[in-house]
Design a protein around this ligand. Sequence first.
Ligand SMILES: [Zn+2]
Length: 84
Amino acid sequence: MAGQVLLVQFVYSLLFMPRPRSIKLRCPICKKVVKNTDAEFPFCSEHCRSIDLGKWATGGYVIPAPLEEGEEENRQPPIAEDDI
Ligand SMILES: [Zn+2]
C-alpha cells in the first residue's frame, strides 16, 4: 500500500509542482512566446535579436539624459541678504 501512496505523490508532483526550468517570455520584438531553453532567449530568433541590437544602435531606444541638478532651484529668485 505504501508503494501506491508514493506513486500518487509522484503523479501529483508531476501535475502540480512548478517547473522552474521552463520559463516562458514573449519576444520583445514580435511578441512570440519564447522559452528560456531557446538559443536566442529572450528573443525568438537571431533575426529579432539583430532587430533589437539595431534599435539600440540607431537610437530607437532613447535613454533620457539626467536633468542637471539644481536647475529647479535656479529658477527661484535669490534671497536678498539685505532683508535679514
Ligand atoms: Zn521575435
